[in-house]
Design a protein around this ligand. Structure first.
Ligand code: SF4
Length: 510
């Protein structure tokens, strides 16, 4: 047999069993194709990071002695989609067997199944050997439950993998240290700079431009900051353990206008492209914690482990339990297009100006910026989840549909009607002011609900609950909001609603 094995751009797992042996009858193929640039408009850093990491990966495989065909975006024979390129190579190289690793995106999963059906040769697939769970583990865990609760799954994972466990009990007698991990940055410990790389990807950028790839966002192509190899991913992980983990949990929800990442690891690109596995991340973090228990509290570590072992695996499982169909959910029937400032950051709302500005400059923002500033506003303003999804999927360097759609459409926009979130993640300026320094520097007044400079979040918050009363007021977790609305003096309520309407009418001018 002459085998061709396809490696997708987010399957850069060099520890995969595929690569254990060098076999001259096996050829690996990696493709840069316009198909993957067109399903959504990407941030330029995302395109460059994926191409850069793919090229490194191919080079490393070749160096080890594997045979690799790497088709660049401007290769004269590039057919620009997977199917035509694969057919051409299979014919040309007289391939008798085709293999691929299970894609993490439904779209590609369907495409590869269909390609295999059409091919006249033997075909097979393998697991990516990356995640801690299988595609349908989450679905099987919850069975026919109407709602999936992450916390239940997380505890099951902790027990199953014996992570932070003492016998059957969680270390520290608590599963969850979330309550300790909600502090505003108080300057008590010095901030650390995020680890940044300085890849010169000017040539790649020129290629992307020459090929007419449509993109958005900003880049300094002489200094692309993302880890593009396994070695760099491991270096980022060590940097995280040493410099950031000691305060990760405490400040994981905090935001600062002059510091993009506080104590976040920014390992999401390395993990989602599979340069590094969750098992490695967890094991390194736990080893480091065990060696430095005098400097690092359990709350820091548990907070991080929950993101990797809990949320990340959970979201992937939700994706496979819900696809297809999840990408069309729109529980509130929101229809408003994105205001222009999603694309240029130019709004007087300082929190959005900074969070969107940062996203456009760095292709990255941390989860509270994504969820409680940008997503919060999108939900309050009734922006169409299709447009919100496309923006999130495009803008973030780590965004692949399995992780993006579940976090954005599900968790953040509540478009699934509460399948994964027990209540909508909405908040007024009080929350943003509590967790950040944005409000201090804002054109708007975070304390007022109506009036010329009233913060838009405040009136839109009450407008959101008021306009969605039919859908939400039966939810016991948001009873307080409806009680407050009910108790509001009618003229006060009217002023708030009028303020909200006036903002909704001119979102582009905010
Ligand atoms: Fe954002 Fe309102 Fe605070 Fe301004 S006042 S930074 S718009 S929350």
């Amino acid at each position: 047999t002459k085998t061709l094995r396809l490696i997708l751009g987010d399957q850069l797992n060099s520890n995969h069993s595929w690569y254990k042996q060098i076999d001259t009858n096996i050829t690996y193929i990696m493709l840069e194709v316009m198909q993957e640039q067109a399903y959504v408009m990407h941030h330029v850093q995302k395109i460059l990071a994926f191409f850069g990491a793919m090229r490194n990966f191919a080079y490393q495989l070749q160096k080890k002695g594997h045979q690799v065909i790497y088709i660049k975006l401007d290769d004269e024979h590039n057919q620009q989609d997977f199917e035509k390129n694969l057919q051409r190579i299979i014919e040309q190289q007289q391939i008798t067997r085709f293999e691929y690793q299970l894609p993490d995106e439904y779209r590609l999963d369907e495409q590869l199944k269909s390609i295999c059906q059409k091919l006249a040769i033997e075909t097979a697939y393998a697991d990516t050997e990356h995640f801690l769970t299988e595609r349908f583990d989450v679905k099987n865990f919850f069975g026919d439950k109407k709602r999936y609760l992450m916390e239940n799954f997380y505890r099951y994972m902790r027990e199953k993998l014996h992570i932070l466990m003492q016998g059957d009990e969680p270390v520290g007698d608590r599963w969850n240290f979330d309550a300790d991990n909600r502090k505003k940055y108080d300057g008590k410990v010095p901030l650390e700079e995020p680890i940044q790389y300085h890849h010169d990807v000017s040539e790649l950028k020129a290629l992307v431009d020459q090929m007419g790839v449509k993109y958005f966002g900003n880049v300094d192509a002489a200094n692309l900051e993302w880890p593009l190899s396994r070695q760099e991913a491991l270096k980022s992980l060590d940097y995280f353990c040493e410099h950031l983990l000691p305060h990760f949990g405490t400040y994981e929800d905090a935001m600062l206008q002059d510091h993009i990442s506080l104590f976040h690891s920014r390992m999401s690109f390395a993990q989602n492209s599979k340069l590094i596995s969750p098992a490695e991340v967890v094991s390194r973090v736990l080893i480091y914690y065990n060696q430095h228990q005098d400097e690092i509290s359990l709350a820091q570590v548990e907070g991080y482990i929950r993101q990797v072992v809990g949320w990340r695996e959970f979201m992937r499982g939700v994706y496979w339990a819900q696809m297809p169909g999840y990408e069309e959910k729109n529980f509130f029937n929101h229809q408003t297009p994105l205001p222009h400032w999603f694309w240029d950051g130019k709004t007087r709302m300082n929190c959005l100006n900074k969070c969107i500005g940062q996203s456009l400059n760095h292709a990255w923002a941390h989860h509270i910026q994504r969820l409680m500033v940008i997503g919060n506003f999108a939900l309050l303003a009734g922006l169409h989840p299709d447009e919100v999804d496309a923006w999130y999927l495009g803008v973030y360097v780590d965004a692949i549909q399995w992780v993006e759609i579940t976090n954005t459409r599900g968790m953040s926009q509540f478009a699934d009607g509460g399948f994964i979130a027990s209540k909508p993640y909405v908040a007024t300026a009080a929350y943003i002011n509590k967790m950040s320094d944005y409000c201090k520097h804002c054109h708007y007044d975070y304390k007022t609900k109506h009036g010329e400079r009233a913060c838009p979040y405040n009136s839109l918050y009450w407008n959101f609950f008021d306009r969605n009363a039919e859908k939400l007021q039966g939810n016991p977790r948001i009873g307080m909001a409806y009680l407050t609305l009910k108790k509001m003096k009618p003229d006060e309520k009217q002023k708030i609603m009028e303020q909200a309407e006036s903002y909704l009418d001119r979102l582009n001018e905010l």
